[in-house]
Write a protein that binds this ligand. Sequence first.
Ligand code: COA
Ligand code: AMP
Length: 624
Amino acid sequence: MGYNSEFRRSIDNREDFWSEQAKHISWIREPEIIWRPIENGHGEWFADGMLNTCDVALDANIRAGRGDQKALIYDSPVTNSQQSFTYNELRDQVALFAGALQAKGIEKGDRVIIYMPMIPQAAIAMLACARLGAIHSVVFGGFAAHELAVRIEDATPKAVITASCGIEINRVIEYKPLVDKAIEQSRHKPECCVVYARPQAKATLQAGRDYDWDTLMAEATPADPVPVRSTDPLYILYTSGTTGKPKGVVRDNGGHAVALNYSMKLVYDAKPGDVYWAASDVGWVVGHSYIVYAPLFAGCTTILYEGKPVKTPDAGAFWRVIQDHKVNILFTAPTAFRAVRKEDPEADQLQRYDVSSLKRIFLAGERLDPPTYEWLKEHTGLPILDHWWQTETGWAICCNPVGIEMMNTKPGSATVPSPGYNVQVVDSQGNQVAPGEQGQIAVKLPLPPGCLTTVWEDDGRFWNSYLAPIPDFYSSGDGGYVDEDGYVFIMGRTDDVINVAGHRLSTGEMEEVVASHPAIAECCVVGVHDNLKGQIPVGLVLIKDGATIDQDELEEELVEMVRDKIGAIACFRRAIVVDRLPKTRSGKILRRIIRQIADGEEYSVPSTIDDPAILEEISEKLTG
Ligand code: COA
Ligand code: AMP
């Protein structure tokens, strides 16, 4: 069956379509209710099904005879080490750690925060939570203590799992002091904290609260998978919204397993035994979906890479990993290849390695810019496939459906809607715009399985952020257009979310930090174009009357504050002092115009602007 008929069936005959896909995973009780509406197009998938996600990922593969196949390969250039686990070995480690958590009182429905570097224990901890039906919430290791505290307070976890340190290029980052500081800042106090000791740093354990991972494992007995309802939450993953408070995206168990398993065929054409590498971090949705869960659901070998595309040790790092582990499918963010290209423009490093195992390269996380696409295509000769998705959806909304029909690629396009996603480009009333015309990219409800079910403990925010803005649609927050052939082009966010080196960040959150400086009267932060990272934040600040502070000193202090509150990954390095900010007469800051000025784009001066002369001044400061 070709793409068009599969897509049509997924929309016109939704329940039959997903009921068939559900047959490809292992259930404890197969669902009879495929879709149960809740209200206004929102509902629950596989409502009466029972399963265990860890069982689907590990035990089911062992039952299918893959126990001795490699499930996970850890490759760490920063520690110069490698380790692999068969499905049997990974299941045993996960079952034992689940037993250790159980002994500490963790049960179905409890929340567990995982704040870990890219080591196998991060995946083991996630799968162990899933085995118990506990809800994990992984926090990216690059986030500062304050960000961790915000998440601890919102998710109210019973336990936090961490490691003694993470390793960045030539730098060891001690995690335990950050965890201690976060727990101190949070009004909610977890009962226990499990620390995996790495040789590069020693963590101080607090008696009665903190436990050493290895000691708990030595005392534990393995735990069996706990049956959960399809609709029970598997995890919460916080993502940046337009306000300072991140949104806790909630993912269910059943819809997630079915959709991700389907995506491995549809999007990646992956088969059991394939070596699949998503070069991302478990702290992001790419890591959840395509380092940990989906490759295991599909019986592949997944790679967990603790390193960078460059400088660990050089721009040949990715090609080396592909050669060493015979990687078949690679998925990363365009920024990673922009970094490689910058250091190795002629791809000389590629000649040093045998990458003949590689079949396709997938990119997502930000727009795949045509120069990076062309560079990759020219030097590898492989299909280079862009696909578009978000933390909220968990899998590709648009892709080149290679598992059912390879379509021609168009540079700059994420190709076509994945089956299950009725993607439309609409105006703010939900009216479809003509082909080629830009609008908001929205998905007609219902969403397919695997997408967010709500925002943690905040159904109101879920409705207001995603379903209320455009009636009958899921509002993606991205703008773009569909061409005459039905190809979807994503042009960027329509809100205050920016994308820095594939990391999704909120300018609103940075504004809150900057505004808290005692000398700042008002500020705004916008994302401006950056050749390597896609976007970087730039702050425009107004100093309070009477405040006397040197502008360089102020910039240094603001940069430090953002690093301290959000993290170094925000890459906030520029704060420009201005006399006034461009606003509408009603007082709204014209952020889009500021960004357009910074990027050297054409812009039209809105009739509602308070004082057009400000734009000249801003332009001089930004580009001067
Ligand atoms: N823990 C602690 N700090 C971290 C971190 C982590 N897990 N990840 C990044 N940081 C820090 C870095 O050390 C750096 O700190 P510095 O300002 O003190 O030097 C800062 O955050 C910025 O890091 P990074 O974004 O990695 O920038 P870089 O200039 O060091 O490297 C790239 C540039 C393009 C190589 C890098 O951003 C990259 O590999 N990007 C791919 C991103 C990706 O896979 N995203 C996932 C979405 S699919
Ligand atoms: P995240 O939730 O961190 O995965 O970020 C999702 C956002 O990244 C999307 O809303 C887009 O703005 C952007 N994005 C992800 N993939 C693509 C892509 N292939 N093309 C364009 N933008 C993308």
